[in-house]
Write a protein that binds this ligand. Structure first.
Ligand SMILES: [Zn+2]
Length: 201
């Protein structure tokens, strides 16, 4: 089948891969394969010392992310969040963020201190909770990913300008890798992501 995926081949894509700008679609069904995908996403997150990872970061167009605010397997709470809706933002807090798709880039981002999260887990159980502090920050960062937004879009102008040389270098590096590896043509990308949407959305 065209949509067959070798889950073990999933890998984190980095800026400026176009899928990072894709608005992911809501998931309508969960099957054994999607559970394997979530497990692989957790594995990649721990391996790269992250606290969250969104499906768009592994080149999939689905509204799902994984998180564990401790970043350690076996510690804290490991969560698979499907179709997150963030609402009721209350009071702001500025803190430094990084991203597995933007290695070695950091910047301060203002986020709501407290939010409400409505979502589903892999068993179809509804999640309906108020979340605050670092976990709320992770949820906002990952939900942003599913809307094609990166934390660098939210940092102050001056700080963003300072990051420009590093981001430009990443663009140059991405283009040179595209020449030697498979091209990420827009049409191919949309077709490939469309197959996934037909399957799960
Ligand atoms: Zn990120």
């Amino acid at each position: 089948m065209a949509a067959e995926l070798d889950v073990s081949s999933l890998a984190i894509i980095t800026y400026p891969h176009p899928t990072l700008r894709y608005v992911a679609k809501p998931v309508r069904r969960v099957d054994a394969e999607l559970k394997k995908i979530a497990e692989k996403m957790l594995e990649l997150m721990y391996e790269h010392h992250g606290v969250g990872l969104a499906a768009t970061q592994v080149d999939l167009p689905l509204r799902i992310f994984v998180m564990n605010s401790t970043g350690q397997r076996g510690e804290g709470t490991e969560q698979v969040i499907i179709n997150p809706v963030v609402s009721r933002p209350r009071s702001n807090e500025e803190a430094e963020e990084g991203c597995l798709s933007l290695p070695n880039i950091h910047g301060n981002v203002i986020r709501a201190k407290t939010i409400h999260l409505n979502a589903f887990d892999l068993s179809g159980k509804e999640i309906d909770v108020d979340v605050s502090g670092f976990e709320a920050r992770v949820i906002q960062h990952e939900t942003d990913h599913l809307d094609g937004t990166l934390f660098i879009d939210r940092i102050k102008e001056g700080a963003a300008a300072e990051l420009a040389p590093e981001l430009d270098a990443m663009v140059t590096d991405f283009r040179s890798r595209q020449r030697t590896k498979a091209m990420v043509e827009d049409e191919i990308l949309i077709e490939r992501l469309g197959v996934w949407e037909q399957r799960y959305c």
